[in-house]
Write a new protein. Structure first.
Length: 368
């Protein structure tokens, strides 16, 4: 992490900026203090950014120098660094909104100094919290219900995200690291033998050099399906770069404890064991990229969970007796009509449709 993104350094800089901001708003400033202020501004783009952000949030941009205490050349130099100053979007939660709503308008000189200082400190805290939140979201990509997207990475790799999925990408000189936060993704990896491509998912680590593979983080475990090339599956050790020995190895040379998977193979990793199905259906695992879902003797609860990732009108199983009802077939992921017709044709099942739900229940047989 660079100094720019360390919360402790941001807190110190914003505290200094708030001191200067309050001092210039609360009264006369000596020439020596103005000189120190200019020196502080010129010392770092971070100082300029922090001071201007305070002014912008305060809606006080026009009051940076209301009494024209600076030479025009000084102000031009102070304000002429747009490339170094990054706009900051603060999440408007209730606490931040409350602070912003209490801010005085430009020119209200009657506000007590202590109030100015307290408000400036509150803004500084809000900015630091926002900066920390923004840093945590760097490299994060996600999708909502029914949404799919492709993320193109700087090394030529790409990632297809399925609905209700999320990843965090962190590249370094030694490793290309992606964390699957939730859901499912299909990885197309550009070949680079000296810079491994590593995916972490719920304690499972998948390592590849140049390949195509799908990772699905299910409630029951992580499913890894290899379309092309080879991957090595092991235990996740966090997002830190691997050791020199491990980084030098490739999927054709699995490290200790790793399982090697080739094209057409699949592994299901749970907390208890790693299962390698003898005849996996890789086409079924990646059918979502064509907006299809393929079930092979899947429980109705699993079918409902899968359909609810793609459709806002939820499939609800009302009768517990149907939880273990098994389904085999191919359906459109975005149009539940085919599944509804399939279920309606099954004896003992009743379908009730509303604007928000498709309710599946057991048919009630009338007494003779």
């Amino acid at each position: 992490m660079s100094k720019r993104t360390q919360p402790s350094l941001n807190a110190q800089i914003y505290d200094q900026a708030s001191d200067w901001f309050v001092e210039f708003r609360s009264g006369e400033v000596a020439q020596t203090d103005r000189a120190r202020f200019v020196q502080w501004l010129r010392a770092s783009p971070e100082h300029q950014r922090a001071y201007l952000e305070l002014a912008v949030i305060w809606n006080d941009g026009a009051c940076l120098d209301p009494d024209r205490k600076y030479e025009e050349s000084d102000l031009r130099e102070i304000m002429s660094l747009p490339a170094n100053i990054v706009s900051l979007q603060i999440p408007h939660d209730g606490q931040t909104r409350q602070v912003l709503d209490t801010l005085p308008s430009c020119g209200r000189a009657s506000t007590p100094w202590r109030t100015w200082r307290a408000l400036a400190a509150s803004i500084a805290v809000a900015i630091v919290l926002a900066s920390t939140w923004l840093y945590s979201q760097r490299g994060v990509y996600s999708t909502e219900v029914g949404e799919q997207r492709v993320v193109n990475l700087t090394d030529g790799s790409s990632i297809e995200l399925n609905a209700q999925s999320g990843i965090r990408v962190r590249y370094s000189d030694r490793q290309r690291h992606v964390e699957l936060l939730e859901g499912q993704a299909l990885f197309h990896v550009a070949r680079n033998r000296v810079r491994p491509f590593v995916v972490d998912s719920s304690g499972t680590r998948i390592r590849a050099v140049g390949t195509e593979f799908d990772v699905y983080e299910r409630a029951s475990g992580t499913v890894v399906s290899v379309v092309e090339g080879k991957v090595a599956i092991g235990v996740s050790r966090g997002s830190e770069a691997p050791s020199a020995t491990r980084a030098a190895s490739t999927p054709t040379e699995p490290a200790n404890g790793e399982l090697l998977l080739a094209a057409g193979e699949q592994a299901i990793v749970t907390t208890q064991a790693t299962i390698k199905p003898p005849k996996p259906n890789i086409a079924a695992a990646t059918a979502w990229t064509q907006r299809r879902v393929i079930f092979e003797s899947a429980k109705l609860t699993e079918v409902a969970a899968e359909f609810n990732r793609y459709n806002r009108r939820r499939l609800v199983i009302q009768s517990p007796e149907l939880y273990d009802f098994h389904i085999t077939g191919t359906f459109s992921s975005t149009e539940p009509g085919s599944l509804v017709r399939f279920l309606q044709a099954r004896p003992g099942i009743t379908i009730t449709e509303t604007a928000d739900e498709i309710v599946v229940s057991r048919s009630v047989v009338a007494a003779p």
